[in-house]
Write a protein that binds this ligand. Sequence first.
Ligand SMILES: CC(C)(COP(=O)(O)OP(=O)(O)OC[C@H]1O[C@@H](n2cnc3c(N)ncnc32)[C@H](O)[C@@H]1OP(=O)(O)O)[C@@H](O)C(=O)NCCC(=O)NCCS
Length: 176
Amino acid sequence: MAITYYKRLRMELDLDEPIGPIALPDPFTWIAWDESLLALHADVKYRSFRGEIDAYVFPCLGDRYGCQRLMREIRRKPGFLPGATWLIAGPDGCVGTVQGVLDHGPIGAIQNLGVVPEHRGKGLGRALARGALAGFQGAGLRRAYLEVTAENRSALMLYRSLGFRKARTLYKAVDG
Ligand SMILES: CC(C)(COP(=O)(O)OP(=O)(O)OC[C@H]1O[C@@H](n2cnc3c(N)ncnc32)[C@H](O)[C@@H]1OP(=O)(O)O)[C@@H](O)C(=O)NCCC(=O)NCCS
């Protein structure tokens, strides 16, 4: 079976400036982490990532059960940060998700930021990323990182505009 290598960038950011309250455009609202929301995070993750480049790089992201498994794994990590984990709700349900994890460093890791296709381009992705960063600051962290597939232009532009800069290039091998 052919192997495809996807170029991924590790990007990092110093958390120098305090992040204040993050306003959402009307009619969207924040939903803070609660244990009862695990399946909802998984559902929004699935609806945000299916058919996108990262669902090829990480096939679990393009699969409803894969997203549930992934959410359970993230929740079980010793460094899981409830304060950096958010949903955004709209009038018809949840439309965006992000999780934050404390990693060795110490450094905050942004995981699986996703906004469903119908609600992109409204500033929700930026708000979710800043929500995770504010959660890292609340946990006393001074630095954040994430990994992004180099072809994922919209995500790359978002992270660059927040001040993230490339720290390292990685290659992810995918079968088939
Ligand atoms: C990446 C993603 C989260 C962006 O969410 P979004 O809500 O559309 O983003 P925002 O509206 O907050 O846009 C913020 C910035 O991102 C960049 N951006 C977003 N969409 C873009 C696009 N289609 N082309 C270029 N830049 C784009 C811009 O810099 C934008 O700032 P601007 O509006 O001031 O120009 C969303 O496209 C998504 O969920 N993609 C699928 C899942 C995914 O790949 N997640 C990232 C994993 S690393």
